[in-house]
Design a binder for this molecule. Structure first.
Ligand code: S3P
Length: 181
């Protein structure tokens, strides 16, 4: 019998839904390590995300995400992983994440996302004339992949502790998971 242990939790979803805040809180609650893919890329590149996009282009940033998915995430144990909004929109990456973590999609309606991100200049994809339109367009493209998560939870009108409680309920229910060969 092969035992598949899901000893990590990965949070995916659009920019601004609360992946980083929830991830940090969850890690503290469980006494787990914490890995934020954006922060890890910034650390390794020695540059902000806005600068990576500006000087090396989006493709270079996506290659750094790929490196994390294939070379870093498979080695993690007892870690909460918060992902950048584009990472969890890549079907191939989500299927890798699902092998190593309980994957939770956090979501919000486009208007709520807009309210949360509108004054923040750190997200290059939203520096356009019509950020709300861009959010709607990207959400439409990305939702089919976000929906493949093991668990989906809204963060609308929920306190941090309510969201974390729901994630923990699911985690204790799903892991460790045993499967016959
Ligand atoms: C991106 C989301 C950002 C960051 C980059 C690209 C995206 O992360 O990875 O700006 O493609 O949605 P957050 O979801 O943490 O804002």
């Amino acid at each position: 019998m092969r035992i598949i242990r899901r000893e990590n939790i990965a949070l995916i979803g659009f920019m601004g839904v609360g992946k980083t805040t929830c991830g940090q809180y969850l890690a503290r609650r469980l006494g787990y390590d914490y890995l934020d893919t954006d922060q890890e890329i910034v650390k390794r590149a020695g540059q902000s995300i806005a600068n990576i996009f500006k000087t090396q282009g989006e493709a270079a940033f996506r290659a750094m995400e790929r490196e994390l998915v294939y070379n870093t995430i498979p080695r993690l144990r007892h870690t909460i992983i918060s992902t950048g909004g584009g990472l969890g929109a890549n079907a191939e990456y989500v299927s890798v994440l699902k092998q190593y973590a309980l994957v939770v999609h956090l979501h919000l309606p486009a208007e709520d996302i807009y309210e949360r991100v509108k004054d923040n200049r750190s997200r290059p994809l939203l520096q356009t004339e019509d950020p709300l339109g861009r959010i709607r367009e990207l959400l439409e493209q990305r939702l089919p992949v976000y929906h493949t998560a093991h668990v989906e939870l809204t963060t609308q009108n929920r306190s941090l502790s309510q969201i974390v409680f729901q994630i923990l309920l699911n985690y204790h229910h799903h892991a460790p998971r045993r499967r016959k060969k």
